[in-house]
Design a protein around this ligand. Structure first.
Ligand code: URA
Length: 488
């Protein structure tokens, strides 16, 4: 009997090498015992290595190799033995990879799927806290407890996404470290969980503000965010209390007399009191809109149907800025009425923000496109076009004087803060315009719609919603209101 001890770091690559050598040496599956050992250096504890054996290395279809190697990240202790046995059967022609009635093939596929799902969850649920930097780059740390040993498979995503900062993701067994642009792994030191800081508090505010007791669906919530991930999420600490409180809060909501008209009146009164001469604002805004309808400040006005100016009350405390009108907006003459607008509207409603309470506009007021047969394909505006159109955005801002602006996407960010770079890193943060108005940064809804993977798309949608809920909570802290008046 051969005992193969695989290292904790680089387990899959080590298994691949050993499985290849064992198969070449003709070692049957039943003759090998596999295990992972902390600090394993000598791979073959119980027998001499088989690497010098002469035979042919097994040849498998690419899809089989991918699924098997993904399944090797499953927590099943028998995974190495099962994978090796299947490799031998596949290479001997005893089973075909396409044969989905074979229990071993089916099990590998199911395990690979579970691993993929866990990787997606890790990508969505890791929460970084800023820590003191050791070099010139900002530094972040996160603690995460995945369902399977997936850190090495999941970490390259973070390296791509947060390539301009140093970070550490510690899990109970393995820690991923990205320092100076180099990704590496070490066995986790005891006590690696980073301390809490204000970022967690912010997450708790997000989560509490989007929670609606009347719509509590514990099963759906657990399916989307399985319980084993709760302990890694600062906001999840609220869940048991929110669930306990939900029936009482929902009863109270049902029993309460309808509050919408008085609440809306009170809100309107507050907004009116806070703003001198709102009627004059509305007139001035209408005049600005009329002026912009003849805009020729850049060449984009020529092919576009019309200027798509912002819309919403002149007294709005909350302003949303997108990139530029799309095909549908260009035809309708209104911002955010196409597919991105549908996602935006749904997120506003879920965050309890009334679209009629907020001002919605774009950084660029004309649709930029390239004709493609009968279709007009969106083209991103260039810096000069954004700069030319800032003339209108700045005047909209000065007239409306919102308490908070939400920048959706890099173009809006560039028009409001001077740069659109590093959006993913800045997302969820609050910056300022040159005049000092707070700008909450989030993604553009169209970027979420473009996400090809449905699981990631759903996750991004959830994050966008959480961003809008956080923006609403921030607005309320700043003394402004944009609520629908009805619970979200
Ligand atoms: N995308 C935008 O940025 N604005 C719109 O109005 C529609 C889509």
């Amino acid at each position: 009997m051969r005992e193969v001890v695989l290292p904790v770091i680089g387990t899959v690559a080590a298994w691949r090498e050993e499985a290849r050598a064992l198969a070449r040496a003709g070692v049957p599956a039943e003759a090998v015992v596999w295990r992972v050992g902390a600090g394993a250096g000598d791979l073959f504890a119980g027998a001499p290595p088989a690497v010098s054996a002469p035979g042919r290395a097994p040849k498998l279809p690419r899809a089989a190799v991918e699924a098997i190697e993904t399944a090797l990240c499953h927590r099943d202790p028998e995974r190495f033995a099962r994978a090796y046995a299947l490799v031998l059967r596949l290479s001997a022609g005893a089973v075909r990879w396409a044969d989905r009635s074979d229990p071993a093939v089916r099990r590998i596929l199911a395990q690979a799927k579970a691993v993929q799902r866990d990787i997606h969850k890790m990508h969505a649920f890791v929460r970084f806290r800023e820590i003191p930097p050791v070099g010139p780059r900002r530094a972040f740390a996160a603690w995460f407890e995945p369902g399977h040993p997936i850190v090495e498979a999941a970490a390259p995503f973070f390296a791509r996404r947060f390539g301009d900062m140093d970070w550490v993701i510690a899990t109970p067994a393995v820690t991923a470290r990205f320092v100076g642009g180099v990704l590496g792994f070490v066995e986790t030191a005891p006590g690696a969980r980073p301390p809490e800081d204000a970022t967690e508090e912010l997450w708790r505010v997000y989560y509490a503000s989007i929670f609606n007791p009347a719509r509590l669906m514990v099963k759906a919530m657990q399916a989307e965010m399985p319980k084993r991930y709760w302990r890694n999420l600062p906001e999840a600490r609220l869940i048991p209390g929110l669930i306990r409180e939900a029936p009482r809060r929902a009863d109270a909501m049902r029993a309460a007399p309808p509050t919408e008209p008085p609440a809306r009146r009170a809100m309107a009164a507050r907004a009116m009191a806070a703003r001198p001469a709102p009627a004059a604002d509305a007139d001035a805004l209408a005049a600005l809109r009329a002026e912009a309808s003849g805009c020729t400040r850049c060449p984009l006005h020529r092919p576009a149907t019309r200027t798509v100016f912002g819309e919403g009350p002149a007294t709005a405390a909350l302003m949303f800025v997108g990139e530029q009108p799309g095909d549908r907006e260009d035809l309708a003459g209104r911002p955010f009425v196409g597919p991105a607008g549908a996602l935006f509207d749904a997120a506003l409603a879920a965050a309890g923000i009334g679209r009629s309470e907020v001002y919605v506009t774009n950084a660029v007021k004309h649709f930029k496109f390239a004709p493609h047969g009968r279709r007009r394909l969106h083209r991103s505006p260039e810096r000069g076009e954004v700069e030319a159109c800032r003339w209108w955005l700045d005047r909209e801002r000065r007239l409306i004087r919102p308490r908070l602006i939400v920048a959706m996407g890099a173009t809006a960010c560039a028009a409001l803060t001077g740069t659109g770079a590093g959006l993913l890193r800045r997302r969820g943060g609050v910056e300022r315009t040159a005049e000092g108005t707070p700008v909450f940064v989030t993604l553009h809804p169209a970027a979420i719609l473009r996400q090809p993977d449905p699981v990631r798309r759903a996750e991004e949608r959830g994050r966008f919603l959480a961003d809008l809920a956080a923006a609403r909570a921030l607005l309320e802290r700043l003394g402004g209101h944009a609520a629908t008046g009805a619970p979200a």
